[in-house]
Design a protein around this ligand. Sequence first.
Ligand SMILES: Nc1nc2c(ncn2[C@@H]2O[C@H](COP(=O)(O)OP(=O)(O)OP(=O)(O)O)[C@@H](O)[C@H]2O)c(=O)[nH]1
Ligand SMILES: [Mg+2]
Length: 195
Amino acid sequence: MKVNHAEIIISAASKKQYPGDPIPEIALAGRSNVGKSSFINKMIQRKNLARTSSKPGKTQTLNFYRINEKFHFVDVPGYGYAKVSKKERAKWGQMMEEYFAGREQLCATALVIDIRHKPTEDDCMMYDFLKHFELPVMVIATKLDKIKKGQRNKQLQLISSTLQMEEEDQLIPFSAETGEGKDKAWSTMLSYMQF
Ligand SMILES: Nc1nc2c(ncn2[C@@H]2O[C@H](COP(=O)(O)OP(=O)(O)OP(=O)(O)O)[C@@H](O)[C@H]2O)c(=O)[nH]1
Ligand SMILES: [Mg+2]
């Protein structure tokens, strides 16, 4: 898809702020600082529409981006950042539940995993959480530019086996640096959305 138009609609802290339009939605989930916002920016060829940072915990609300007036990307706050209070963690859990349990427009979630590392327990919990709602999950194995070509298959295998990925879910090696994997990510996303 050629992106001509991309804008932020709202940073939502609760359900009543979600946009009401009946257009399809793709959510981004993953550890803090793994590259969720960078994924969005690379997909739509915008340097910094979704705000990125080298410090974890940048995205703290559900950020809705409308793309070509056709669908939303929803940038979701990350997990697994140690310096988070109990209270903040509970608030995060509530936010996740509120969104993923009841959002009709949601077609699929892109779960972003760092290709260099074995998925954490939190990653596995997030995958299971999404599957519990019977959502398609595309796993984006990002930062592909950071490993040698010869390590790719081994790392991909480690990710799919650790998450115990279901057969129908796609695992897509990706780099927000080089754009590798972008076409596959687009075709997979489009296959989940009906306009
Ligand atoms: N080399 C490389 N760096 C990346 C890639 N994707 C993201 N980064 C870097 O990783 C850091 C975090 O990226 P973000 O996109 O802000 O991560 P996030 O998951 O949105 O983080 P939070 O909003 O804090 O949860 C930034 O310094 C990015 O430049 C990639 O594919 N390759
Ligand atoms: Mg972010």
